[in-house]
Design a protein around this ligand. Structure first.
Ligand code: HEM
Length: 193
């Protein structure tokens, strides 16, 4: 059936964890607080994967699987933002009132989450053909907001639990790939190659 094309399958796959979280919440087997962890982690992981694709192509050279991923980078970025929205919804339900949210908004582990969310929102909203055509060179520049958003996500993850481990496990591989790409683009590295 035409509806079961590749694009539909990718979206269905990306939506599966959200469906599991929402159905668990709907059945009452988990609370909103418990779902902050999987929704935040899923958002950060998708963001890291989307960012890693270009530097991986630079480091490893063109590979079929990387080209496949590159063609789907916008979907991965939008899905990362969708999980951030879900994460925020669970946060709002868990907090239960605006006054408590405002009271903790300036805590290091919280403002970094809000700032990452706002920065992610711009590229996510503009991730469509119409915006791409309308904004031309500006579009690429706006997509780069995902880099400061990633740094803020790293800080959010570290500060929200005062724990370096899980955040670094996710972000060190990305930092290594980005550093390798930078190293490869140095003139002396090219001469040595
Ligand atoms: C919109 C504003 C945001 C708020 C208010 C917020 C709030 C929170 C809170 C309260 C926690 C602690 C959860 C717990 O106790 O287990 C948390 C964890 C987390 N958040 Fe956010 N967050 C926000 C945005 C984001 C964004 C944009 C991302 C990713 C791109 C993100 C990724 C994470 C991750 C990875 C964790 C750690 C999960 C864990 O290991 O427990 N958050 N967030």
């Amino acid at each position: 059936m035409a509806i079961f094309n590749h694009r539909f399958s990718l979206w269905a796959l990306l939506a599966l964890p959200a469906i599991a979280m929402l159905s668990g919440y709907g059945r009452g087997s988990v609370e909103a607080m418990d779902l902050l962890h999987p929704s935040g982690e899923m958002s950060a992981r998708l963001m890291i994967i989307a960012i890693a694709i270009s530097p991986l192509i630079s480091v490893l050279g063109p590979r079929k699987w990387l080209q496949w991923m590159a063609a789907r980078r916008r979907a991965l970025g939008v899905a990362a933002f969708a999980y951030a929205v879900l994460h925020l919804v669970f946060y709002i339900i868990d907090m239960g009132n605006v006054a408590d949210m405002v009271a903790e908004a300036l805590a290091p582990g919280i403002w970094t989450g809000w700032a990452a969310f706002i920065l992610m929102m711009v590229p996510a909203i503009l991730s469509n053909d119409r915006s791409m055509r309308a904004l031309k060179a500006q579009w690429k520049r706006l997509q780069r907001l995902v880099y400061p958003a990633a740094v803020l996500t790293l800080l959010h993850w570290i500060w929200v639990h005062n724990n370096l481990g899980p955040a670094l496990v996710h972000f060190i591989p990305l930092a290594l790939i980005v550093a390798l790409r930078a190293f490869k683009s140095f003139p002396h590295a090219k001469q040595g190659a």
